[in-house]
Design a protein around this ligand. Structure first.
Ligand SMILES: N[C@@H](CCC(=O)N[C@@H](CS)C(=O)NCC(=O)O)C(=O)O
Length: 285
């Protein structure tokens, strides 16, 4: 194949301040902390350090669902990690997530405290800790894990692949957009076929696989992620739309989507959460 746009990769790649589009100021080819910064700690056993991106809201949706079930011990403090400002590279955050990405959880009810990073691992940890939203029957559990891991493996093609090249990259590169649009439409078809015979991803029961998948693929079909709804013809995935609408109408999901949100209309923003009161909406004027 011919080389695109006259670029010939050098023998050894070097970091020379290349244009990384919108994320130039936070992307680096190395790991580790860039500065000393302790994390704040609240009064609850569960400390969440996150941001209301799709990976972040997976966890706040689960915590709000657990609280809605009456699990008072799922009360949590949620602190904002502003990834645009580089908070994920502070020493305290790196100590609980060496991968420097939100979400990260510290469970202070164990001795020593348990750190958990990777959104999928946090969902499984909390579901097991509270005995909810993860089936215990081995076959049902395998189905739940299969869809959960499907989501973890698939969403980077949607966000880092399609979303990046369609929406964020400084130039529109047809090859990249075609490649990832094809894959995202294939993924939507996988979901649509599964949901054509099932109410939720694993059958009749709503579980952590739905909570992980809705913020990515539900948002895409309902809320025009990347302004790509028309481009991807998302309305044609009717079973995904029906499934996503049912999940989006759950009060705990609505609450979870607002936690650690520092943008959008003022009433939706809850940059930090320490109790249910932080989520109370001001009465309309
Ligand atoms: N596989 C990780 C991905 C987490 C992730 O990509 N987080 C993004 C926000 S959605 C982040 O923190 N990015 C900051 C950075 O890359 O520096 C997970 O599911 O937890």
């Amino acid at each position: 194949m011919s080389e695109a746009a006259g670029y010939t990769p050098p023998r050894v790649w070097k970091w020379e301040g290349q244009d990384g589009g919108r994320f130039t100021n936070i992307n680096r080819p190395v790991a580790g902390a860039t500065h000393e910064k302790e994390l704040p700690v609240g009064e609850h056993p569960l400390q969440l350090y996150s941001l209301a991106t799709p990976n972040g809201v997976k966890v706040t949706i689960l915590l709000e669902e657990l609280l809605a079930l009456g699990r008072k011990d799922a009360e949590y403090d949620a602190y904002l990690i502003n990834i645009g400002e580089g908070d994920q590279f502070g020493s305290g955050f790196v100590a609980i997530n060496p991968n420097s990405k939100i979400p990260a959880l510290l469970d202070r009810s164990t001795s020593p405290p348990t750190r958990v990073f990777e959104s999928g691992a946090i969902l499984v940890y909390l579901a097991e800790k509270f005995g909810a939203f993860l089936p215990t029957d081995p076959s049902a559990r395998a189905e739940c894990m299969s869809w959960l891991f499907w989501q973890m493996g698939s969403a980077p093609y949607l966000g880092g692949g399609f979303g990046h090249f369609y929406s964020y990259a400084p130039t529109k590169i047809e090859y990249c957009i075609d490649r990832f649009a094809m894959e995202v439409k294939r993924q939507l078809d996988v979901l649509d076929r599964n949901l054509s015979t099932r109410r939720f991803l694993c059958g009749d029961e709503y579980n952590i696989a739905d909570m992980a998948t809705y913020p990515w693929y539900g948002n895409l079909v309902l809320n025009d992620s990347y302004d790509a709804g028309e481009f991807l013809d998302v309305g044609s995935y009717t079973h995904v739309v029906r499934w996503a609408s049912e999940i989006e109408s759950r009060p705990a999901v609505a609450r979870g989507r607002r936690v650690n949100k520092a943008w959008g209309p003022e009433p939706e923003r809850v940059p930090e959460r320490h109790s249910a009161r932080d989520l109370e909406l001001a009465p309309a004027e």
